[in-house]
Design a protein around this ligand. Structure first.
Ligand SMILES: Nc1nc2c(ncn2[C@@H]2O[C@H](COP(=O)(O)OP(=O)(O)O)[C@@H](O)[C@H]2O)c(=O)[nH]1
Ligand SMILES: [Mg+2]
Ligand SMILES: [Zn+2]
Length: 291
């Protein structure tokens, strides 16, 4: 019996890493009956056959997992946004944050390509990022020539997931962290914002005794598991202030004596963040009605 971590899934074969030694494994039939599939990131027990092959017969309990793309036991989730092409969008960032929180992951934020901004644009970006900094997120920016060493602190042994739209510079970051990876980076195309890269393939790369993966952005489907009533809990400051609303089930929309709205009015809570909450709430509400 061996124990290792699944680092890659290719056409039904799970590659398991045992301290640098790789095995190609398949799950035993048992899993299929239970409708339980191993995913990348899982720690598994497997029986070795033919030296480098084996059968998985046990999946260790997952600390956490992302549903799309499937990856488990994440220590650090990094949301990568770019300042330009694609342009920075606080609304998109808030959606990433909601998804991260819904999986109980505390994300870190990196904004790339700040070298492409004018001084004025850079100033504007920093004003928006200050909101996230105040909310307690670790926020970093980087330009083309910045080394990434300061962006990732104490990552030894961690399983890190970089999440972000296509073209924001995830592969570039990975290559800067570990030049041996020499991952292909893309040239910006017009198709970028239309979700050209819908592959949900995940692969973990070795880094600092840990692992790192880049994953694509998300789609509307990725909010499937979030009820509109639960959404308020995924906006930190709204969740916190909401405890003091008159009604326990206050959605902070039109209810009287709403502490969240009071805090938006006096500027303690960012109007922008609140707007994003309301917008997303309405989208989730419409989605429900359709079914
Ligand atoms: N100017 C500038 N370009 C960058 C930066 N980071 C990445 N890029 C470029 O953005 C494009 C997309 O990068 P890539 O790493 O492939 O993005 P991915 O799709 O998220 O993996 C490439 O042409 C990179 O050279 C940056 O900090 N500044
Ligand atoms: Mg890439
Ligand atoms: Zn309220």
């Amino acid at each position: 019996m061996r124990t290792g971590r699944i680092v890659k899934l290719v056409s039904g074969v799970y590659q398991v890493d045992v301290k640098g030694e790789l095995f190609n494994t398949k799950p035993r039939g048992l899993f299929r009956k239970k409708k339980l599939s191993p995913i990348v990131g899982d720690m598994v027990d497997f029986e070795v056959e033919n030296e480098k092959e084996g059968y998985i017969y046990h999946i260790h309990e997952r600390k956490n997992f992302l549903k799309r793309p499937p990856v488990s036991n994440i220590d650090r989730l990094i949301i990568v946004m770019s300042a330009k092409s694609p342009d920075f969008s606080a609304q998109l960032l808030d959606r990433f944050l909601v998804i991260a929180h819904s999986y109980h992951l505390k994300p870190q934020i990196i904004v790339t390509k700040v070298d492409l901004l004018s001084d004025e644009e850079y100033e504007q970006l920093n004003q928006q990022l200050a909101i996230y900094d105040q909310l307690g997120y670790m926020v970093n920016t980087k330009g083309q020539d910045d080394t990434t060493s300061t962006l990732f602190k104490d990552i030894a042994g961690e399983l890190i997931v970089l999440s972000g739209q296509s073209g924001v510079g995830k592969s570039t970051l990975l290559n800067q962290l570990n030049p041996e990876l020499s991952l292909e980076t893309q040239h910006i195309s017009k198709a970028l914002n239309r979700g050209r890269h819908t592959t949900r393939h995940v692969e973990l790369y070795s880094i600092n005794n840990g692992y790192i993966a880049d994953t694509p952005g998300f789609s509307a489907l990725d909010f499937d598991h979030i009820d509109k009533e639960q959404l308020k809990h995924h906006f930190r400051e709204i969740n916190e202030a909401g405890a003091l609303c008159k009604f326990r089930d206050c959605m902070h929309l039109k209810e009287p004596q709403c502490y969240v709205k009071a805090k938006v009015e006096n500027g303690d809570i960012s109007q922008m963040r609140y707007n994003h909450y309301v917008q997303l709430y309405e989208e989730l509400a419409q989605r429900k009605e359709r079914y």
